[in-house]
Design a protein. Sequence first.
Length: 433
Amino acid sequence: MTDDQGLQGTRLLLGVTGSIAAYKAAELVRAFTKAGAEVQVLMTRDAARFITPLTLGTLSEREVLVEIFPDGPAAGGSWTKHVHLGLWADLFVVAPATATTLSKLAHGVCDSMLTATALSARCPLLVCPAMDHDMWLHPATQRNLRLLREDGVRILDPEHGELASGLIGQGRLPEPDAIAAHVATLLSEMDDGEVEEHTPEQTLTGKSVLVTAGPTREPIDPVRFISNPSTGTMGYALAAAAAERGGAVTLVSGPTTLATPPGVTRIDVTTADEMYAAAMQHGGADLVIAAAAVADYAPAEPSAHKRKKEADPANEAGEVVLRLRRTPDILAALGAQKRKGQQLVGFALETQDGLANAQSKLQRKRLDWIVLNYANEDGAGFGTGTNRVTLLGRDGAEVALPKAEKGRIAGAILDRVRFQGAWGPKEKQGPGV
Protein backbone atom coordinates (compact mmCIF):
# COMPACT_ATOMS: atom_id res chain seq x y z
CA MET A 1 0.00 0.00 0.00
CA THR A 2 1.04 3.58 -0.55
CA ASP A 3 0.20 6.80 1.22
CA ASP A 4 -2.19 7.87 -1.53
CA GLN A 5 -4.61 5.03 -0.80
CA GLY A 6 -6.66 6.91 1.78
CA LEU A 7 -5.02 6.03 5.13
CA GLN A 8 -2.62 8.95 5.70
CA GLY A 9 -3.46 10.56 9.05
CA THR A 10 -6.31 8.17 9.88
CA ARG A 11 -6.79 6.51 13.27
CA LEU A 12 -7.63 2.82 13.22
CA LEU A 13 -8.62 0.33 15.89
CA LEU A 14 -7.60 -3.21 14.99
CA GLY A 15 -9.33 -5.99 16.92
CA VAL A 16 -7.59 -9.37 16.80
CA THR A 17 -9.43 -12.50 17.96
CA GLY A 18 -8.57 -16.15 18.59
CA SER A 19 -8.23 -17.53 15.07
CA ILE A 20 -5.14 -19.12 13.62
CA ALA A 21 -5.36 -16.34 11.03
CA ALA A 22 -4.33 -13.94 13.81
CA TYR A 23 -0.76 -14.25 12.53
CA LYS A 24 -1.83 -12.07 9.58
CA ALA A 25 -2.52 -9.22 12.01
CA ALA A 26 1.21 -8.44 12.10
CA GLU A 27 1.26 -7.86 8.33
CA LEU A 28 -1.98 -5.88 8.58
CA VAL A 29 -0.56 -3.54 11.24
CA ARG A 30 2.51 -3.03 9.08
CA ALA A 31 0.35 -2.26 6.00
CA PHE A 32 -1.75 0.25 7.96
CA THR A 33 1.21 2.05 9.52
CA LYS A 34 3.20 2.06 6.28
CA ALA A 35 0.25 3.84 4.65
CA GLY A 36 0.35 6.53 7.33
CA ALA A 37 -2.33 5.40 9.78
CA GLU A 38 -2.15 5.35 13.56
CA VAL A 39 -3.09 1.90 14.82
CA GLN A 40 -4.30 0.80 18.24
CA VAL A 41 -4.49 -2.97 18.63
CA LEU A 42 -7.09 -4.63 20.85
CA MET A 43 -6.84 -8.39 21.44
CA THR A 44 -8.96 -11.06 23.03
CA ARG A 45 -7.30 -13.43 25.48
CA ASP A 46 -7.46 -16.30 22.98
CA ALA A 47 -5.80 -14.22 20.25
CA ALA A 48 -2.65 -14.17 22.37
CA ARG A 49 -2.44 -17.96 21.91
CA PHE A 50 -1.60 -17.36 18.25
CA ILE A 51 0.37 -14.08 18.25
CA THR A 52 1.86 -12.17 21.15
CA PRO A 53 0.83 -8.69 22.25
CA LEU A 54 4.55 -7.84 22.24
CA THR A 55 4.74 -8.43 18.47
CA LEU A 56 1.72 -6.29 17.65
CA GLY A 57 2.68 -3.63 20.19
CA THR A 58 6.14 -3.33 18.67
CA LEU A 59 4.75 -2.94 15.16
CA SER A 60 2.02 -0.47 16.16
CA GLU A 61 4.25 1.40 18.67
CA ARG A 62 1.34 1.33 21.13
CA GLU A 63 0.49 -0.83 24.11
CA VAL A 64 -1.83 -3.64 23.09
CA LEU A 65 -5.01 -3.72 25.19
CA VAL A 66 -6.73 -6.93 26.23
CA GLU A 67 -8.59 -6.53 29.53
CA ILE A 68 -11.21 -3.96 30.45
CA PHE A 69 -9.67 -3.80 33.94
CA PRO A 70 -5.90 -4.21 33.44
CA ASP A 71 -3.69 -4.96 36.43
CA GLY A 72 -0.57 -3.10 37.50
CA PRO A 73 0.39 0.30 38.86
CA ALA A 74 -0.44 2.05 35.58
CA ALA A 75 -4.00 0.74 35.54
CA GLY A 76 -5.58 3.65 37.38
CA GLY A 77 -8.28 5.27 35.27
CA SER A 78 -7.60 2.95 32.31
CA TRP A 79 -10.97 1.25 32.70
CA THR A 80 -12.46 4.13 30.68
CA LYS A 81 -10.10 3.62 27.74
CA HIS A 82 -12.79 1.84 25.75
CA VAL A 83 -14.86 5.03 25.78
CA HIS A 84 -11.98 7.27 24.73
CA LEU A 85 -10.84 4.86 22.03
CA GLY A 86 -14.36 4.70 20.64
CA LEU A 87 -14.27 8.48 20.23
CA TRP A 88 -10.68 8.56 18.94
CA ALA A 89 -10.94 6.14 16.00
CA ASP A 90 -12.03 6.78 12.42
CA LEU A 91 -12.71 3.08 11.84
CA PHE A 92 -12.75 -0.10 13.92
CA VAL A 93 -11.55 -3.21 12.05
CA VAL A 94 -11.84 -6.69 13.56
CA ALA A 95 -9.55 -9.04 11.63
CA PRO A 96 -9.72 -11.93 12.07
CA ALA A 97 -13.20 -12.15 13.61
CA THR A 98 -14.06 -15.59 14.96
CA ALA A 99 -17.55 -17.09 15.16
CA THR A 100 -17.49 -16.41 18.91
CA THR A 101 -16.64 -12.75 18.44
CA LEU A 102 -19.31 -12.36 15.74
CA SER A 103 -21.85 -13.74 18.19
CA LYS A 104 -20.70 -11.39 20.95
CA LEU A 105 -20.78 -8.35 18.69
CA ALA A 106 -24.22 -9.28 17.34
CA HIS A 107 -25.69 -9.67 20.82
CA GLY A 108 -23.88 -6.89 22.66
CA VAL A 109 -21.73 -9.06 24.93
CA CYS A 110 -19.11 -6.95 26.72
CA ASP A 111 -16.35 -9.11 28.21
CA SER A 112 -13.07 -7.72 26.83
CA MET A 113 -11.51 -4.44 25.82
CA LEU A 114 -12.35 -5.34 22.22
CA THR A 115 -16.07 -5.93 22.74
CA ALA A 116 -16.40 -3.02 25.18
CA THR A 117 -14.83 -0.64 22.68
CA ALA A 118 -17.07 -1.97 19.90
CA LEU A 119 -20.12 -1.08 22.01
CA SER A 120 -18.71 2.38 22.76
CA ALA A 121 -17.38 3.28 19.32
CA ARG A 122 -19.03 6.03 17.33
CA CYS A 123 -17.04 5.15 14.21
CA PRO A 124 -18.03 2.48 11.63
CA LEU A 125 -17.20 -1.14 12.39
CA LEU A 126 -15.78 -3.53 9.78
CA VAL A 127 -15.49 -7.23 10.62
CA CYS A 128 -13.45 -9.72 8.62
CA PRO A 129 -14.58 -13.24 9.59
CA ALA A 130 -12.22 -16.22 9.52
CA MET A 131 -13.19 -19.76 10.51
CA ASP A 132 -13.65 -23.24 9.14
CA HIS A 133 -16.03 -23.66 6.21
CA ASP A 134 -18.77 -25.49 8.13
CA MET A 135 -18.68 -22.94 10.93
CA TRP A 136 -19.07 -20.15 8.36
CA LEU A 137 -22.08 -21.88 6.78
CA HIS A 138 -23.77 -22.72 10.09
CA PRO A 139 -27.20 -21.07 10.43
CA ALA A 140 -26.17 -19.50 13.75
CA THR A 141 -23.18 -17.76 12.16
CA GLN A 142 -25.24 -16.59 9.21
CA ARG A 143 -27.94 -15.33 11.58
CA ASN A 144 -25.36 -13.33 13.54
CA LEU A 145 -24.03 -11.83 10.32
CA ARG A 146 -27.55 -10.74 9.36
CA LEU A 147 -27.96 -9.07 12.77
CA LEU A 148 -24.66 -7.26 12.35
CA ARG A 149 -25.59 -6.03 8.87
CA GLU A 150 -28.93 -4.79 10.21
CA ASP A 151 -26.98 -2.80 12.81
CA GLY A 152 -24.90 -1.18 10.07
CA VAL A 153 -21.75 -3.26 10.55
CA ARG A 154 -19.73 -3.81 7.37
CA ILE A 155 -18.72 -7.38 6.55
CA LEU A 156 -15.73 -8.37 4.42
CA ASP A 157 -16.56 -11.96 3.52
CA PRO A 158 -13.87 -14.62 3.86
CA GLU A 159 -12.21 -16.08 0.79
CA HIS A 160 -12.45 -19.58 -0.63
CA GLY A 161 -9.30 -21.65 -0.26
CA GLU A 162 -7.32 -24.07 1.87
CA LEU A 163 -8.21 -23.86 5.56
CA ALA A 164 -6.27 -24.74 8.72
CA SER A 165 -8.37 -27.92 9.07
CA GLY A 166 -7.03 -29.15 5.75
CA LEU A 167 -10.43 -28.72 4.10
CA ILE A 168 -11.08 -26.52 1.08
CA GLY A 169 -13.91 -24.01 1.32
CA GLN A 170 -14.97 -20.49 2.25
CA GLY A 171 -13.62 -19.22 5.54
CA ARG A 172 -10.11 -18.00 4.80
CA LEU A 173 -9.19 -14.50 5.96
CA PRO A 174 -8.37 -12.25 2.98
CA GLU A 175 -4.73 -11.28 2.64
CA PRO A 176 -3.63 -8.16 4.58
CA ASP A 177 -3.14 -6.08 1.43
CA ALA A 178 -6.72 -6.85 0.34
CA ILE A 179 -8.08 -5.89 3.77
CA ALA A 180 -6.02 -2.69 3.81
CA ALA A 181 -7.22 -1.78 0.32
CA HIS A 182 -10.82 -2.37 1.40
CA VAL A 183 -10.31 -0.17 4.47
CA ALA A 184 -8.83 2.60 2.31
CA THR A 185 -11.81 2.42 -0.05
CA LEU A 186 -14.27 2.51 2.86
CA LEU A 187 -12.59 5.52 4.45
CA SER A 188 -12.48 7.31 1.09
CA GLU A 189 -16.21 6.76 0.63
CA MET A 190 -16.84 8.02 4.16
CA ASP A 191 -14.96 11.20 3.27
CA ASP A 192 -17.07 11.57 0.14
CA GLY A 193 -20.29 10.90 2.01
CA GLU A 194 -20.94 7.75 -0.05
CA VAL A 195 -21.37 5.21 2.72
CA GLU A 196 -25.01 6.01 3.40
CA GLU A 197 -27.80 3.64 2.44
CA HIS A 198 -28.54 3.33 -1.27
CA THR A 199 -30.57 6.18 -2.68
CA PRO A 200 -34.04 5.34 -4.08
CA GLU A 201 -32.84 5.30 -7.69
CA GLN A 202 -30.29 2.64 -6.74
CA THR A 203 -32.79 0.25 -5.15
CA LEU A 204 -34.26 -2.79 -6.87
CA THR A 205 -37.54 -2.82 -4.97
CA GLY A 206 -40.25 -4.28 -7.15
CA LYS A 207 -37.72 -5.69 -9.63
CA SER A 208 -37.07 -9.35 -10.39
CA VAL A 209 -33.41 -10.34 -10.71
CA LEU A 210 -31.75 -13.41 -12.20
CA VAL A 211 -28.08 -14.11 -11.43
CA THR A 212 -26.07 -17.05 -12.75
CA ALA A 213 -22.96 -18.00 -10.81
CA GLY A 214 -20.24 -20.58 -10.38
CA PRO A 215 -18.80 -23.15 -12.81
CA THR A 216 -20.47 -25.91 -14.76
CA ARG A 217 -19.25 -29.49 -14.82
CA GLU A 218 -19.44 -31.45 -18.06
CA PRO A 219 -19.14 -35.21 -17.41
CA ILE A 220 -16.56 -37.35 -19.19
CA ASP A 221 -17.75 -40.38 -17.26
CA PRO A 222 -19.49 -40.84 -13.88
CA VAL A 223 -16.38 -39.76 -11.92
CA ARG A 224 -14.59 -37.24 -14.19
CA PHE A 225 -15.63 -33.95 -15.71
CA ILE A 226 -14.47 -30.83 -17.55
CA SER A 227 -14.74 -27.65 -15.50
CA ASN A 228 -12.87 -24.51 -14.39
CA PRO A 229 -11.64 -22.96 -11.10
CA SER A 230 -14.65 -20.63 -10.57
CA THR A 231 -15.83 -20.53 -6.94
CA GLY A 232 -18.96 -18.45 -7.63
CA THR A 233 -17.89 -15.66 -5.26
CA MET A 234 -18.58 -12.80 -7.69
CA GLY A 235 -22.00 -14.08 -8.69
CA TYR A 236 -23.00 -14.71 -5.08
CA ALA A 237 -21.85 -11.20 -4.14
CA LEU A 238 -24.07 -9.81 -6.90
CA ALA A 239 -27.05 -11.87 -5.74
CA ALA A 240 -26.52 -10.74 -2.14
CA ALA A 241 -26.20 -7.08 -3.16
CA ALA A 242 -29.32 -7.25 -5.33
CA ALA A 243 -31.33 -8.80 -2.49
CA GLU A 244 -30.09 -6.16 -0.04
CA ARG A 245 -31.40 -3.52 -2.46
CA GLY A 246 -34.88 -5.05 -2.41
CA GLY A 247 -34.77 -7.21 -5.54
CA ALA A 248 -36.58 -10.55 -5.82
CA VAL A 249 -33.47 -12.56 -6.64
CA THR A 250 -33.20 -15.99 -8.25
CA LEU A 251 -29.68 -17.43 -8.20
CA VAL A 252 -28.89 -20.22 -10.66
CA SER A 253 -25.72 -21.76 -9.30
CA GLY A 254 -23.25 -24.29 -10.54
CA PRO A 255 -21.39 -26.47 -8.01
CA THR A 256 -19.97 -24.32 -5.20
CA THR A 257 -19.40 -24.42 -1.45
CA LEU A 258 -20.86 -20.94 -0.82
CA ALA A 259 -23.86 -20.31 1.41
CA THR A 260 -27.06 -18.99 -0.16
CA PRO A 261 -27.25 -15.22 0.48
CA PRO A 262 -30.15 -14.08 2.70
CA GLY A 263 -33.38 -13.44 0.81
CA VAL A 264 -32.21 -15.25 -2.34
CA THR A 265 -33.94 -18.20 -4.04
CA ARG A 266 -31.28 -20.63 -5.22
CA ILE A 267 -31.51 -23.21 -8.00
CA ASP A 268 -28.62 -25.69 -8.11
CA VAL A 269 -27.46 -27.04 -11.47
CA THR A 270 -24.42 -28.96 -12.64
CA THR A 271 -24.06 -28.88 -16.42
CA ALA A 272 -24.28 -26.09 -18.99
CA ASP A 273 -27.47 -27.68 -20.37
CA GLU A 274 -29.07 -27.56 -16.92
CA MET A 275 -27.97 -23.95 -16.40
CA TYR A 276 -29.37 -23.04 -19.83
CA ALA A 277 -32.77 -24.56 -18.98
CA ALA A 278 -32.96 -22.79 -15.60
CA ALA A 279 -31.76 -19.46 -17.02
CA MET A 280 -34.28 -19.53 -19.85
CA GLN A 281 -37.07 -20.39 -17.42
CA HIS A 282 -36.28 -17.26 -15.38
CA GLY A 283 -34.83 -15.17 -18.21
CA GLY A 284 -37.74 -12.72 -18.23
CA ALA A 285 -36.47 -11.03 -15.07
CA ASP A 286 -36.14 -7.26 -15.06
CA LEU A 287 -32.41 -7.58 -14.46
CA VAL A 288 -30.32 -10.53 -15.64
CA ILE A 289 -26.67 -10.82 -14.61
CA ALA A 290 -24.80 -13.71 -16.21
CA ALA A 291 -21.74 -14.14 -13.98
CA ALA A 292 -21.38 -17.91 -14.30
CA ALA A 293 -18.28 -19.48 -15.83
CA VAL A 294 -20.08 -21.79 -18.24
CA ALA A 295 -18.06 -24.43 -20.06
CA ASP A 296 -18.02 -23.70 -23.81
CA TYR A 297 -17.57 -27.39 -24.67
CA ALA A 298 -18.77 -30.70 -23.25
CA PRO A 299 -17.90 -34.31 -24.10
CA ALA A 300 -20.10 -35.35 -27.02
CA GLU A 301 -20.46 -38.93 -25.78
CA PRO A 302 -19.90 -39.21 -22.01
CA SER A 303 -19.24 -42.75 -20.90
CA ALA A 304 -21.87 -44.50 -18.80
CA HIS A 305 -19.07 -46.20 -16.85
CA LYS A 306 -15.68 -45.15 -15.54
CA ARG A 307 -13.09 -45.04 -18.31
CA LYS A 308 -10.20 -47.36 -17.52
CA LYS A 309 -6.61 -46.16 -17.66
CA GLU A 310 -5.22 -49.29 -19.26
CA ALA A 311 -3.73 -48.48 -22.65
CA ASP A 312 -5.25 -49.87 -25.81
CA PRO A 313 -2.73 -52.43 -27.19
CA ALA A 314 -3.16 -50.78 -30.58
CA ASN A 315 -2.35 -47.37 -29.08
CA GLU A 316 1.19 -47.55 -27.71
CA ALA A 317 1.26 -43.85 -26.76
CA GLY A 318 -1.75 -44.29 -24.49
CA GLU A 319 -3.48 -41.30 -26.03
CA VAL A 320 -7.18 -40.72 -25.53
CA VAL A 321 -9.24 -38.75 -28.04
CA LEU A 322 -12.19 -36.92 -26.51
CA ARG A 323 -14.77 -35.55 -28.96
CA LEU A 324 -16.41 -32.33 -27.75
CA ARG A 325 -19.62 -30.51 -28.63
CA ARG A 326 -20.54 -26.86 -28.18
CA THR A 327 -22.70 -26.14 -25.15
CA PRO A 328 -25.67 -23.75 -25.40
CA ASP A 329 -24.73 -20.05 -25.48
CA ILE A 330 -26.82 -18.92 -22.52
CA LEU A 331 -25.96 -15.23 -22.79
CA ALA A 332 -26.71 -15.09 -26.52
CA ALA A 333 -30.05 -16.83 -25.97
CA LEU A 334 -30.99 -14.36 -23.23
CA GLY A 335 -29.99 -11.48 -25.49
CA ALA A 336 -32.04 -12.85 -28.38
CA GLN A 337 -35.23 -12.81 -26.31
CA LYS A 338 -34.42 -9.50 -24.59
CA ARG A 339 -37.48 -7.33 -24.09
CA LYS A 340 -37.82 -3.59 -23.88
CA GLY A 341 -37.00 -2.23 -20.44
CA GLN A 342 -35.00 -5.31 -19.42
CA GLN A 343 -31.35 -4.97 -18.37
CA LEU A 344 -28.82 -7.63 -19.32
CA VAL A 345 -25.32 -7.70 -17.81
CA GLY A 346 -22.63 -10.15 -18.91
CA PHE A 347 -19.05 -10.93 -17.93
CA ALA A 348 -15.92 -11.29 -20.04
CA LEU A 349 -12.97 -13.08 -18.45
CA GLU A 350 -10.01 -12.57 -20.76
CA THR A 351 -6.27 -13.19 -20.91
CA GLN A 352 -5.45 -10.89 -23.84
CA ASP A 353 -7.13 -8.27 -26.09
CA GLY A 354 -9.66 -7.79 -23.31
CA LEU A 355 -11.25 -4.51 -24.41
CA ALA A 356 -11.71 -5.59 -28.01
CA ASN A 357 -13.14 -9.00 -27.05
CA ALA A 358 -15.46 -7.52 -24.44
CA GLN A 359 -16.75 -4.81 -26.79
CA SER A 360 -17.49 -7.44 -29.42
CA LYS A 361 -19.34 -9.62 -26.93
CA LEU A 362 -21.30 -6.60 -25.65
CA GLN A 363 -22.67 -5.87 -29.11
CA ARG A 364 -23.11 -9.43 -30.43
CA LYS A 365 -25.11 -10.57 -27.41
CA ARG A 366 -27.25 -7.44 -27.02
CA LEU A 367 -25.98 -6.55 -23.53
CA ASP A 368 -26.48 -3.31 -21.64
CA TRP A 369 -23.24 -3.75 -19.68
CA ILE A 370 -20.33 -6.14 -19.78
CA VAL A 371 -17.89 -6.60 -16.92
CA LEU A 372 -14.33 -7.18 -18.12
CA ASN A 373 -11.69 -8.77 -15.93
CA TYR A 374 -8.55 -10.83 -16.48
CA ALA A 375 -7.85 -14.42 -15.43
CA ASN A 376 -4.08 -13.82 -15.32
CA GLU A 377 -4.12 -10.71 -13.10
CA ASP A 378 -3.20 -10.88 -9.42
CA GLY A 379 -6.21 -10.32 -7.15
CA ALA A 380 -8.75 -10.74 -9.96
CA GLY A 381 -10.57 -13.55 -11.72
CA PHE A 382 -11.10 -16.99 -10.18
CA GLY A 383 -10.64 -17.94 -6.54
CA THR A 384 -10.00 -14.51 -5.01
CA GLY A 385 -11.98 -12.35 -2.60
CA THR A 386 -11.15 -9.27 -4.68
CA ASN A 387 -11.56 -8.27 -8.29
CA ARG A 388 -10.50 -5.47 -10.62
CA VAL A 389 -12.89 -4.84 -13.46
CA THR A 390 -13.74 -2.45 -16.27
CA LEU A 391 -17.43 -1.84 -16.96
CA LEU A 392 -18.34 -1.27 -20.61
CA GLY A 393 -21.78 0.07 -21.50
CA ARG A 394 -23.72 -0.20 -24.74
CA ASP A 395 -23.83 3.62 -24.79
CA GLY A 396 -20.01 3.73 -25.01
CA ALA A 397 -19.39 4.21 -21.29
CA GLU A 398 -16.11 2.80 -19.95
CA VAL A 399 -15.64 2.72 -16.17
CA ALA A 400 -12.45 1.23 -14.68
CA LEU A 401 -12.84 0.17 -11.06
CA PRO A 402 -9.78 -0.30 -8.81
CA LYS A 403 -9.12 -3.64 -7.16
CA ALA A 404 -11.62 -4.10 -4.34
CA GLU A 405 -13.51 -6.76 -2.40
CA LYS A 406 -16.06 -8.49 -4.63
CA GLY A 407 -19.01 -7.29 -2.56
CA ARG A 408 -17.90 -3.73 -3.24
CA ILE A 409 -17.51 -4.49 -6.96
CA ALA A 410 -21.03 -5.96 -6.97
CA GLY A 411 -22.44 -2.74 -5.52
CA ALA A 412 -20.61 -0.65 -8.11
CA ILE A 413 -22.07 -2.77 -10.92
CA LEU A 414 -25.61 -2.44 -9.57
CA ASP A 415 -25.15 1.32 -9.16
CA ARG A 416 -24.95 1.59 -12.95
CA VAL A 417 -28.06 -0.42 -13.78
CA ARG A 418 -30.87 1.73 -15.14
CA PHE A 419 -34.20 0.53 -16.48
CA GLN A 420 -34.80 3.16 -19.13
CA GLY A 421 -33.99 2.87 -22.80
CA ALA A 422 -32.98 -0.77 -22.95
CA TRP A 423 -32.96 -2.49 -26.33
CA GLY A 424 -36.24 -4.06 -27.29
CA PRO A 425 -36.42 -7.22 -29.38
CA LYS A 426 -36.78 -5.26 -32.65
CA GLU A 427 -34.55 -2.30 -31.85
CA LYS A 428 -31.09 -1.76 -33.27
CA GLN A 429 -28.23 -3.17 -31.28
CA GLY A 430 -26.01 -0.12 -31.66
CA PRO A 431 -23.14 0.83 -33.97
CA GLY A 432 -21.27 -1.88 -35.77
CA VAL A 433 -24.00 -4.53 -35.60
